[in-house]
Design a protein around this ligand. Structure first.
Ligand code: AMP
Length: 282
């Protein structure tokens, strides 16, 4: 496994790989890797000859009041894990490699970024699309793998890939959960054991929503939302709900009634840690 830290070396490396007729799979991450990330790497290995994993805590997707500085980092541990699952190249650029002085060019997807996370975090997706466009340009992948855990992010990036004409197969992999259902996230590290139990409120609420739709045949989103709110309050009394949304899977259009391809997404602040999760209801 090779560790590359500069854009120049990465360019040289991908040119060589392509010259040998091999395909490249890219898994972009912000590090502090867990099983969710490793599942994406394993998937990439099945789809491409050479797998590149990038680790970069991208400052432009964090607002000034967000957790950029305290975002967990573990470069050594990450490298070990990537090696264990068979990643071929780890790309770990310094900030100045990605955002040199006088950097002033951003990529923005317009409509899909207006709702859900985009409505709460107005500059977030511009940072995400910019870093991923840069990573696409630097690593020239044939296939790129993203997680459903960040559902809106995946749809926004898929749109960007299409709109900018990148010749990249875009894969969205399922959310990996802990045994008790908590969606794996680098931010789970912030919790004490007791707080972590309360963090399950998102999963319990989603599970209830799914059961109401599939077992009780309820379609009214407001009715489902009411039940979800009650569960969240019960499991985590201090929780602050940023949103609970029901949208069409592809267009992210808000829905009043659950129809085929409806995704329920939610963002909840649990002991000051902002968590997101989602589930397809039908
Ligand atoms: P992050 O390091 O949080 O930016 O995530 C890097 C990639 O891993 C993104 O495509 C995420 O959607 C994906 N990811 C994060 N958590 C999970 C999870 N629990 N299951 C599957 N994919 C995930």
């Amino acid at each position: 496994m090779t560790i590359i830290r500069t854009v120049k070396k990465m360019h040289q490396s991908v040119r060589k790989i392509a010259g040998e007729g091999k395909t490249i799979g890219l898994v972009p991450t912000m590090g502090f890797l867990h099983e969710g990330h490793l599942a994406l790497i394993r998937r990439a290995k099945r789809l491409a000859d050479v797998v590149i994993v990038s680790i970069f805590v991208n400052p432009t997707q964090f607002a000034p009041h967000e957790d950029f500085n305290r975002y967990p980092r573990d470069e050594k541990g990450d490298i070990k894990k990537i090696k264990e699952v068979g990643g071929d190249i780890v790309f770990i650029p310094a900030k100045a490699e990605i955002y040199p002085d006088h950097f002033q060019t951003f990529v923005a997807v317009e409509k899909l970024t207006q709702t859900l996370e985009g409505a709460m975090r107005p500059t977030h997706f511009r940072g995400v699309t910019t870093i991923v466009a840069k990573l696409f340009n630097i690593t020239r992948p044939d296939v790129a793998i993203f997680g459903m855990k960040d559902y809106q992010q995946a749809m926004v990036l898929k749109q960007m890939t299409f709109d900018l004409g990148y010749p990249i197969k875009f894969i969205i992999a399922p959310t990996v959960r802990e045994k008790d259902g908590l969606a794996m996230s680098s931010r789970n590290k912030y919790f004490t054991a007791a707080q972590r139990k309360e963090a399950l409120c998102l999963y319990y609420a989603l599970k209830k929503a799914k059961a109401m739709v599939t077992k009780e045949k309820i379609r009214d989103c407001r009715k489902i939302e009411k039940e979800m709110k009650a569960i969240i309050k019960k499991v985590c009394p201090s929780a602050a709900i940023d949103y609970i949304a029901f949208t069409d899977f592809t267009t992210l259009t808000p829905l009043k009634k659950v129809a085929s391809e409806t995704v329920c997404s939610l963002a909840v602040r649990v002991h000051k840690v902002r968590l997101i999760d989602n589930m397809k209801l039908l």
